[in-house]
Write a protein that binds this ligand. Structure first.
Ligand code: NA7
Length: 537
């Protein structure tokens, strides 16, 4: 690589050693670059390092979720379950780090506090929380869209004298619930996984639900040696399919409309989807369920009937059925006997939309109508999503412009990978990229970023910045794609709402909602045209 300017400490600094950061390190190192990763945790894994809460696991099929770039890796790894539990996923990512000798270029226990661009040297200076400084030509944020956990804004959280945990900061040591009085606050995908697991051993379990979500069965199963052999043989076909589908899952919308079939056919199709593993009922349903109100209402009614069948006490079932949004318009938690948990005598559901939590007390918590005592409180209260992990770092571009300032009206990006005024910074899984089955999107994003850095190295270029017109056109495109989607009319992390974070009460278009193949085609086109849409010098 050309170094006509003062040589920084590294060619590239990557923030984060999760699925994105690990692969980014591997790809750039293969170009012969000096790459260094700073990671806040003590080990690799990102999401799968931090989220050790009981019951944490994939909702995507394990064999569609792992890295696809190395046939050797695919051949040697045995997924033991169709939807891998967190400990296995963490083992997998550690195996990847060992196999590709990644750790030697990662500093652990190193949280990045600030990242400032310096025009004079065309480089980024990174300051860690310990005050140490490191510079690089390129900065790559691999910080994850769901990695900044948020605690509820409830008085007295610090006063509780029992054990309390946020699910995304779960301790490494096992936590026993045996005979304990346990509270769970939050019923998103994380809360649902936690609740169904904790209910197995807790003395009592009290669930504080503000908004119910539409959950659907996961139908997990073990994978034996022979089945894994068959899966391995099918890997090329599996990953080819993930490249073709809308959101990189093995599931993709059915081409039929909800009202293009008879009532009997529709009911039979939904029964089939409800009985099948994974996200099929959300991602493989009729093509119009997330845009047509009548179709969505009909499907919601189908799932509501399922909840009623599974929960014995119909008053409890009533509370578990969402009223303010339709099926699939928020992230659908997948579950294993979640609804049956509410039939257990030791489990109580408290609807805090009726009786809000007023404060956390030393002994437990107080709602508007009762005092509750607990040994353990679990906060499954989610994340400051998509932009939150950026907001926590003091990122400044040209002329010291803070990224937060640039995004104060919501994120504006070029292809979800670059921001105007932030040269030489690339985002992997930044706002406005395709989410879906995330590792598939990550691999694409990482390879695209690797491509442009390779191009610059080969051409002796040291500065890359997107152009204002490129940002406008991509941001408008992303906003346009969001029009008509029922999910954009609902508060959730996907629309940038977090009631626990100041300034995150207005819905924004934070994610790209077009198809993954269309996203890739657009990015491929930019690369094929030698990145002429961007300013490279
Ligand atoms: P989510 O989906 O954002 O869920 C957070 C939950 O916590 C949700 O039920 C919230 O209720 C609840 N919450 C948040 N703050 C409070 C307060 N102050 N009081 C009571 N309840 C509260 O986060 P998850 O971790 O479950 O999942 C995030 C994603 O990670 C998930 O979609 C996967 O893709 C991986 P609300 O709905 O806001 O009323």
């Amino acid at each position: 690589m050309s170094h006509s300017l003062t040589k920084p400490d590294h060619d590239v600094i990557v923030i984060g050693a999760g699925i994105s950061g690990l692969y980014q390190l591997h790809c750039l190192r293969r170009l012969g670059l000096d790459v260094h990763v700073f990671e806040a945790g003590t080990g690799v894994g990102g999401t799968w390092y931090w989220n050790r809460y009981p019951g944490a696991r994939f909702d995507s099929e394990s064999w569609s979720y792992g890295y696809s770039f190395s046939r050797e890796l695919l051949d040697e790894w045995h997924w033991t379950e169709h939807f891998s539990p967190q400990p296995e996923t963490l083992r997998y990512l550690n195996h990847v780090a060992d196999k590709f000798d990644l750790r030697r270029d990662i500093t652990f226990n190193a949280r990045v506090a600030a990242a400032h661009y310096h025009e004079a040297t065309r480089s980024w200076q990174i300051t860690l929380e310990d005050g140490s400084r490191h510079s690089a030509r390129f900065l790559i944020t691999a910080v994850g869209p769901l990695s900044a956990p948020t605690m509820p804004r409830i008085d007295g959280v610090e006063s509780f004298t029992g054990q309390s945990f946020h699910t995304a900061r779960w301790p490494k040591e096992p936590v026993s619930f045996e005979g304990k009085r346990v509270a769970v606050i939050g019923t998103g995908a994380t809360g649902v996984q936690t609740i169904q697991e904790v209910a197995k051993t807790a003395g009592t379990l009290t669930i504080f639900q503000r908004t119910p979500n539409w959950c659907a069965p996961l139908h997990n199963a073990r994978i034996g040696t022979e089945e894994m052999e068959r899966i391995r043989a099918r890997y090329p076909e599996i990953f080819a399919r993930c490249q073709e589908t809308f959101a990189c899952f093995v599931h993709t919308p059915n081409p039929r409309g909800t009202f293009e079939v008879t009532d009997e056919e529709r009911e039979a199709f939904w029964e089939k989807l409800y009985a099948e593993p994974g996200f099929g009922i959300w991602q493989g349903n009729f093509r119009d369920i997330l845009v047509d109100r009548r179709a969505n209402a009909l499907l919601s009614d189908f799932v509501a009937r399922k909840i009623r069948q599974r929960v014995k006490d119909q008053r409890v079932a009533d509370r578990l059925i969402p009223r303010n949004h339709g099926f699939g318009t928020r992230r659908v938690p997948l579950e294993t006997r979640y609804y049956e948990v509410y039939n257990q005598p030791n489990v109580t559901l408290v609807d805090i939309s009726e009786t809000p939590i007023q404060r956390i007390t030393p002994a437990g918590l107080a709602t508007s109508d009762a005092e509750h005592e607990f040994d353990i409180i679990i906060y499954a209260t989610g994340f400051d999503a998509i932009t939150g992990s950026f907001d926590r770092i003091d990122i400044r571009g040209v002329d010291g412009l803070p990224l937060k300032e640039r995004w104060k009206e919501g994120p504006r990006t070029y292809l979800g990978v670059q921001v105007e005024g932030f040269p030489n910074m690339f985002m992997v899984m930044g706002p406005h990229t395709a989410l879906g089955n995330i590792p598939r999107s990550i691999e694409y994003n990482v390879e695209w970023v690797t491509g442009i850095i390779r191009y610059m190295s080969e051409h002796g270029l040291t500065r890359v910045e997107c152009r204002p017109e490129g940002v406008k056109s991509w941001t408008d495109h992303v906003k346009g794609l969001g029009e008509g989607l029922l999910s954009n009319e609902v508060d959730s992390w996907m629309t940038g709402i977090n009631r626990n974070v100041e300034g995150k009460q207005t819905r924004i278009i934070a994610r790209y909602s077009g198809s993954a193949p269309a996203y890739r085609a657009r990015c491929d086109e930019v690369a094929a045209n030698d990145y002429r849409e961007m300013s490279l010098t």
